[in-house]
Design a protein around this ligand. Structure first.
Ligand code: PMP
Length: 399
């Protein structure tokens, strides 16, 4: 018997393989529009000022020895306020089961595991398309996946009527994975009115919406407005689940700070569900690293640092928004015969450009511009310095 001969290399991840190709390119004009990480107008990663302040506050403190449950409770308490609102009754009544999680991915994974355990045989409906890792997460938790209509390639917007039909036709009591704001990869969000209609139908059908909120603040620049979709569902009396990530909106990618919460009918259910989630986490990784949790809970529980964070989120969202406008204008000034309105209609970190895989390939080979093959551009990689080069290149490959 020879060990490991049957293990073939795993297929390449569509997002990380773009980064690898980008790093291997020596061109000084190369642009990475692959990974959805925020960059400043010089293309550099950003450490937020609020994070610097929080770091200074915890420097040298005695947190290394153990995971303090007080620290993680604080994180959960502050995180759920971002979901339900500062003064929500849900929080006062303790009607949610909340646990800290290994960023957004870990929160989704915990929930997927929980779903399989307590609703064996259930499926998860995902938007067509969705973030590529969603498929992996629910597959590894052995939850079968279904797709529901979301994006319309012709309008490069929402296919609302097909979405509503799919929600209507799904068996009552189905699980749906929704993006509350800044949909990845399409940048297409329902309007407030459309969310109200979706929520109403969910209530009628007794579906369970699980919101994966990885970009709160990035759609509108306003944290409350970006949670509006969730609050509509809650107002309508739906129970919900929510994964939160602080990777993007606090720039804490490497710290893996997130939160999972499940809204319950009463506090007693919340206690039961929380203990089950904790048990699942315990077997997977015991407890999360505490340093990042201290940063986030420190920022969210200090009014001055929180106010600074709110401003910094706005700055990030505005920079992306203004580059959308510039990119669209630049393409229009080049007399492109195509319609580029979707660049500014779509919101958040991503623009689903409509470029074909061949055009994406030409951008990479001919212009050193990197994005995933589905034509998703991370707008965070666009700067005032490279936007006209990018517009020219897009124009060349779409003539
Ligand atoms: N959900 C979506 C839709 C995402 O785009 C991402 C990040 N790419 C995540 C979850 C999770 O990211 P993280 O685990 O880094 O928080």
């Amino acid at each position: 018997l020879k060990w490991w001969d049957h293990v073939a290399p795993a297929p390449k991840d569509p997002i990380t393989s773009v980064t690898e190709a980008f790093l291997a390119d020596a061109s000084p004009t190369k642009i990475n529009l692959g990974v959805g990480a925020y960059r400043d107008d010089e293309g550099k990663p950003v450490v937020l000022q609020c994070v610097r302040e929080a770091e200074a506050k915890i420097a040298g403190c005695d947190f290394l020895e153990s995971v303090s449950s007080a620290v993680s409770s604080k994180l959960v308490e502050e995180s759920v306020k971002l979901v339900y609102g500062m003064n929500s009754d849900i929080i006062k009544e303790g009607r949610f089961a909340g646990v800290q999680a290994l960023s957004g991915t870990g929160a989704c994974r915990l929930f997927a595991e929980f779903q399989r355990r307590f609703y064996p045989g259930s499926q998860i409906y995902m938007t067509g398309p969705t973030w590529s890792n969603h498929h992996n997460i629910w597959r590894d938790a052995l939850v079968p996946e279904r797709t529901f209509h979301y994006y319309h390639p012709d309008s490069k917007g929402l296919n609302f009527s097909a979405l509503m039909d799919d929600v209507k036709n799904a068996p009552d009591g189905s699980f749906f994975l929704l993006h509350p704001c800044a949909h990845n990869p399409t940048g297409v969000d329902p309007t407030e009115e459309q969310w109200r209609e979706i929520s109403y139908l969910f209530k009628v059908k007794n579906h369970f919406p699980f919101f994966d909120m990885a970009y709160q603040g990035f759609a509108s620049g306003d944290l409350d407005r970006d949670a509006q979709s969730i609050r509509i569902f809650v107002e309508d009396g739906n129970l919900i689940g929510c994964a939160q990530s602080f990777a993007k909106n606090m720039g804490l990618y490497g710290h893996r700070v997130g939160c999972l919460n499940v809204l319950c009918n009463d506090a007693k259910q919340a206690v039961a569900i929380k203990s089950q989630l904790q048990q699942i986490a315990r077997a997977m990784y015991s407890s999360p690293p505490v340093h990042g949790i201290l940063l986030v809970s420190g920022i969210l529980s200090d009014p001055n640092m929180k106010a600074l964070w709110v401003e910094e989120v706005k700055v990030m969202a505005n920079r992306i928004q203004s580059l959308r406008t510039t990119l669209r204008k630049s393409l229009e000034q080049l007399s492109s015969s195509l319609n580029w309105e979707h660049i500014t209609n779509q919101v958040g970190m991503f623009c689903f450009s409509g470029l074909t895989p061949e055009q994406v390939d030409r951008l990479q080979r001919g212009f050193h511009i990197y994005m995933t093959l589905d034509g998703r551009m991370s707008m965070a990689g666009v700067t005032t310095g490279n936007v006209s080069y990018l517009a020219n290149a897009i124009h060349e490959v779409t003539k």
